[in-house]
Design a protein around this ligand. Structure first.
Ligand code: SF4
Ligand code: F3S
Length: 103
């Protein structure tokens, strides 16, 4: 599962699609964690899509990740600022790739 302490255990590696990326990263095989309030571990995500379908406020958008060993699409928390902390995405992700920190 995603490490909920990623902000301490990983390094801020930049930004993609307006979302923070936590590394190390080594694309295309190692993509790190995307997002902070709503965080998706791209190296765990299998592109299931339950988060994207179930989020009541449409936080997630698909991005292509060609060459990644787990899946070639990932859910980007593009609109994480809209999150209402319902925790649905955390519950429905089959591989526990998502951490939401209500802070
Ligand atoms: Fe969407 Fe709820 Fe997940 Fe926030 S916690 S991203 S509102 S499903
Ligand atoms: Fe990925 Fe889990 Fe969503 S596998 S697409 S983060 S439901």
């Amino acid at each position: 599962p995603i490490d909920p302490q990623f902000e301490e255990n990983k390094e801020h590696a930049g930004e993609e699609n307006g979302v923070d990326v936590w590394g190390p990263t080594d694309p295309p095989e190692e993509l790190g964690i995307h997002g902070t309030h709503v965080a998706v571990d791209y190296d765990i995500c299998i592109g299931d899509g339950a988060c994207l379908e179930d989020c009541p406020v449409d936080v997630f958008t698909w991005v292509d990740t060609p060459g990644h060993p787990e899946s070639e699409i990932k859910a980007e928390p593009t609109h994480e600022a809209q999150c209402i902390d319902c925790m649905l995405c955390v519950d429905v992700c089959p591989v526990d790739a998502i951490d939401v920190d209500p802070g």
